[in-house]
Design a protein around this ligand. Structure first.
Ligand code: PAF
Length: 302
């Protein structure tokens, strides 16, 4: 008998059907994100679009954090400030209609997809944030100025969205470390939460850039995660063994042009010395065909 009790119980448990609102201006975003004065927790997931299952996990983590009645915003903005000359700004995938669907399916309330003029109304900003020495190594060496561009837009989007929580993927380990540091050093009133990297079944880290890989390149790209897992398996033997085990996989890996393989102290984001003990990040960056990929794993060195 489908009694009143059962129906009532079902109604109480059914998640509120969420219709995501797509906004393009700060004014519309604010009206959609704070429709009334109720003080609820809110969270932001910043993206450059081309959303995939990795982003979906960030949005779900944000929803879980703020609860059923909290508010979750997803920003979609391809930020030119963080692209260097010759990088893939023009060919960066733009898939807003699908992004909105993915955001909605995973629990977002609002998507904020502003134009260039909305984010930078006075043209290229004259004043920018600097990532300092933390932004110079690893990704920063290959991409000078990249993290200054990231921080400048992240700071702007934090001001616009004013969240209690901001979610970033651990896949961009250096970005996460630098954003955390900016929040601490410059007293931003937000808690930064890192979300573990999602991988395909064969180990490939999910990334918007994977769509550029041909079938052969995709297979070749698996050397990156294999190297990281080999390094992680050697963690009990110390940093030197970690580096050697990972390097052995990458040495001569077909189709992979290594940029860096590094064992990193995650707080300062500097190379871990050979006697380093504790939590470290083993990170790799390489070109496979013309696509630059990054990946990392966390491990405990003993
Ligand atoms: O990680 C990204 O997608 C971007 O660097 C971010 C944080 C959205 C800033 O443009």
């Amino acid at each position: 008998m489908a009694g009143k009790y059962q129906r009532g119980k079902q109604q109480a448990k059914a998640p509120k059907a969420r219709k995501v609102e797509l906004t393009h201006t700060v004014a519309d975003f604010e009206a959609a994100f704070w429709p009334d004065e109720q003080p609820v927790d809110n969270a932001v997931v910043m993206t450059m679009g081309a959303l995939h299952e990795g982003h979906a996990s960030l949005i779900r983590a944000a929803r879980k954090q703020v609860g059923h009645d909290g508010r979750v915003a997803v920003t979609v903005f391809v930020n030119p400030l963080q692209f260097g000359a010759g990088e893939d700004l023009d060919r960066y995938p733009r898939t807003l209609a699908e992004d909105v669907k993915l955001a909605e399916a995973n629990g977002a309330d609002v998507v904020f997809a502003p134009s260039m003029e909305e984010v930078y109304p006075n043209g290229e900003p004259q004043v920018r944030l600097s990532a300092g020495p933390m932004g110079e190594g690893f990704e920063g060496t290959s991409r000078p100025g990249h993290f200054d561009g990231v921080l400048t837009v992240v700071a702007k989007l934090l001001h616009i969205t004013d969240p209690d929580f901001a979610f970033f993927g651990e896949k961009d380990a250096q970005q996460l470390a630098i954003v955390r540091r900016m929040v601490a050093d410059l007293d931003f009133d937000v808690e930064v939460i890192g979300v573990p990297t999602l991988r395909e079944e064969d180990g490939l880290a999910m990334s918007s850039r994977n769509r550029y890989l041909s079938e052969t390149e995709r297979t070749q790209a698996l050397a990156l995660s294999r190297a990281l897992f080999a390094g992680r398996d050697a963690a009990a033997k110390g940093p030197k063994a970690v580096r050697e085990a990972a390097a052995a996989v990458l040495d001569g890996a077909d189709g992979v042009t290594l940029d860096y393989l590094a064992l990193i102290d995650p707080d300062a984001f500097t190379e871990a010395p050979d006697d380093f003990q504790g939590e470290a990040v083993l990170a790799v960056a390489a070109k496979v065909g013309s696509t630059r990929l990054i990946d990392n794993v966390h491990l405990i060195c003993r």
